[in-house]
Design a protein around this ligand. Sequence first.
Ligand code: FAD
Length: 136
Amino acid sequence: MTDYDVIVIGGGLLGCFAARNLTRYRLSCALLEEQSDICTGISRTNTAVIYGSQDNMPGTLKADLCKRASDGFDGLCGDLGVEFHRCGSLMLCFGDGGLKKLERCLSRGNENGVKGLRIIERDEILALEPNINPLV
Ligand SMILES: Cc1cc2nc3c(=O)[nH]c(=O)nc-3n(C[C@H](O)[C@H](O)[C@H](O)COP(=O)(O)OP(=O)(O)OC[C@H]3O[C@@H](n4cnc5c(N)ncnc54)[C@H](O)[C@@H]3O)c2cc1C
């Protein structure tokens, strides 16, 4: 039997990040994963979008954490030697109702301090992403 100060149970993204952050302290830590390797479940098969917090209500913990996590990815990937490129993402909307939602995201994102957000029109969208159905 080995004694540890902290044992993190579950080696998905959250457990791995928790364990990594704990290594900054003078603690003996262990990470327990029931599968044969870490990040074999949801953490391996997600969409790989890094949320910038434009969807989150300003002033909430979630908005703050999403913003800080997104901002930290360049440094994190540099530390881990993982290639990382901010390619941006498109949120598409259709009709007047959709535009209102998009404007709300823009306003929330600006309030949350997300950089580079802007609303673009159809021609620019199709130039950026030709696979979007041009008939819509
Ligand atoms: C379809 C889909 C798309 C998504 N897309 C995105 C996205 O684009 N961007 C984004 O930020 N998030 C996305 N998410 C959410 C994100 O993937 C999850 O929030 C994240 O992976 C959860 O990580 P986790 O460590 O909490 O859980 P998990 O990855 O599920 O890790 C839990 C780990 O604990 C282990 N475990 C469980 N019980 C025990 C036990 N008793 N003992 C030891 N080990 C145990 C499991 O084997 C597993 O490895 C998406 C989710 C889904 C389903």
